[in-house]
Design a protein around this ligand. Structure first.
Ligand code: NAD
Length: 500
């Protein structure tokens, strides 16, 4: 069992199979960028169907031995994974910054919560993966039934790039705890973190081929979804890709799918709110991870009576934002994932302004000293918006806050729900009765009251409506990575039949 040592570079060996970092031969590659410098740091080979199938087959062959362990035995190994992640938190966080461009202070939180995730699933799996017992008519020892909760086999996971390590862990920890093997395909924009996780898992004692990483774009993802050995797909990404994945997972054979998709979350601030508190909440809801958070609440509805006061306090607070070197402890906003994404955000802001929106700050690419080629965007605040503008209806996935005034509770709830997305929502008020009344009406998988963007590994996370289905981060997640078998038993020597 090799000890985990964080590598000094990841320019090759971006695959993980047979228990170690590997590379493969491929005619096609994609470029890997370091967001804060804008440099290309690797050319990653793309897995074609043949390489994908081979790695999945090895996972299929390795899975039964892993499944033979009891959940408690597997849990002991997963607890070691948590320990190794904690021991190497700083090194892993530094890698997360290099991969994704986020500030080091945020990366440390992602790594810490990833360790918690392994610990949580290691702890709950023995109790959650239990079967049940049923008496049947007659003496209990003559006839009864029981259920077994069994693993699915090989689970295919496809991830987004905004939380590269954590997204992977949220899928891999419950999948492994339930006795499955995993083949993970990261986003080509942030391919390294799941490979580091592979080295951690091997160091903790996960058998070879139980956890694997392949690399590629849509074709590789599709090859994963349509492979016969894959018995479930867990996906994090955009709604259009989620639709394709759900379709692909029904084509060759029926596979259950967990879809964690995009959002366009509302954030409602009532006029009884303490303004500074709401300002902090709105900043947290919009500018964490450069605004590249699925739950981001870009639609900030502020009661008309306080909107001027709120805007003034917000703009003053935003003067303190430090955009730049993500390794600097004082930086609040790091680099965006890549140039195309940055241009997409800039384009949405430009079109909004052309349609009549007023830009109150930021909204453009900037070039911080020492990081001139990095993908930096100055967080934007827009006002003078209408509900049907593209920027108000579509997911931005960037640091853009939209200020929208409202007058009445019913009106704002209706406007908040008028979206195909349903991932998250937030509200600020001192009126508890109103807070819970609105929480019950908001059509979203998570509601934050006087807070925003909290995540705990034991609280369910997932979307309503087009934001997806299935939940991560809770005991029920283990049920999505396992299946129930019902066993009917007759212990009598003479079975009575009821035919004729
Ligand atoms: P994306 O949909 O473009 O890509 C996600 C993944 O799917 C990538 O690994 C990509 O290579 C792969 N992919 C693309 N086409 C595919 C296909 N046809 N078949 C199989 N795989 C395919 O999303 P993205 O740009 O990486 O991530 C941003 C999106 O993810 C945003 O919409 C964001 O809201 C969402 N997201 C959701 C959550 C959540 O938990 N709900 C978390 C993070 C991000």
């Amino acid at each position: 069992m090799a000890q985990f040592v964080a590598p000094s570079h990841l320019s090759d060996g971006l695959y993980f199979f047979h228990g170690k970092r590997q590379t493969i031969a491929s005619e096609h590659t994609f470029k890997v960028y370091e967001p804060h410098t804008g440099q290309v740091v690797a050319h990653c080979p793309i897995a074609d169907k043949h390489s994908t199938d081979k790695i999945i087959e090895a996972a299929h062959n390795a899975q039964p031995k892993w499944a033979e362990l009891t959940p408690l035995e597997r849990g002991k190994i997963l607890n070691k994974v948590a320990d190794i992640i904690r021991e190497n938190q700083e090194a892993l966080a530094q890698w997360e910054v290099r991969t994704n461009g986020k500030p080091i202070t945020e990366a440390r939180m992602d790594i810490a919560s990833s360790a918690d995730t392994f610990q949580f699933f290691a702890g709950v799996a023995p109790a959650a993966l239990k079967g049940d017992y049923f008496d049947l008519p007659g003496p209990a020892y003559d006839r009864f039934a029981y259920t077994r909760r069994e693993p699915l086999g090989v689970v295919g996971c496809i991830g987004a790039w905004n939380y590269p390590f954590q997204t992977c862990v949220w899928k891999v920890a419950p999948a492994l705890a339930a006795g499955n093997a995993v083949v993970y395909k990261p986003s080509p924009f942030a391919p390294g973190s799941p490979v580091l996780l592979g080295e951690v898992l091997s160091a903790a004692g996960i058998p070879d081929d139980v956890y694997n990483v392949i690399q590629g774009e849509a074709d590789t993802g599709n090859a994963l979804c349509t492979n016969d050995f894959i018995r479930k797909v867990s996906f994090t990404g955009s709604v259009p890709t989620g639709q394709k994945i759900q379709e692909a997972c029904a084509k060759r054979n029926i596979k259950p799918v967990t879809l964690e998709l995009g959002g366009k979350s509302p954030f409602i601030i009532f006029d009884d709110t303490e303004i500074d508190n709401a300002v902090s909440g709105a900043i947290l809801a919009n500018f964490l991870n450069q605004g590249q958070v699925c739950t981001n609440a870009t639609r900030v509805y502020v009661h008309r009576r306080i909107i001027n006061e709120f805007t003034e306090a917000l703009l003053k607070e935003l003067e303190k934002l430090r955009v730049g070197n993500p390794f600097d402890e004082k930086t609040n906003v790091g680099a965006n994932i890549n140039e195309d994404h940055l241009k997409k955000i800039e384009g949405m802001v430009e079109r909004a302004v052309e349609e009549g929106a007023k830009l109150l700050r930021g909204g453009k690419r900037i070039h911080p000293e020492g990081f001139e080629n990095g993908f930096y965007f100055d967080p934007a605040v827009l006002t003078n918006l209408t509900e049907n503008m593209e920027i108000v209806t579509d997911e931005i996935f960037g640091a853009v806050m939209l200020l929208l005034p409202f007058d009445h509770e019913d009106e704002v709830v209706e406007r908040a729900n008028k979206t195909g997305f349903g991932l998250a929502s937030g509200l600020y008020t001192r009126d508890l009765r109103r807070a819970h009344r609105i929480a019950a009406q908001l059509q979203a998988g998570t509601v934050f009251i006087n807070t925003y963007n909290d995540t705990e590994v034991f609280v369910p996370f997932g979307g309503f409506k087009n934001s997806g289905h299935g939940r991560e981060n809770c005991v029920e997640t283990l049920h999505a990575y396992s299946q129930v078998k019902s066993v009917y038993v007759n212990t009598q020597p003479n079975l009575e039949h009821h035919l004729g």
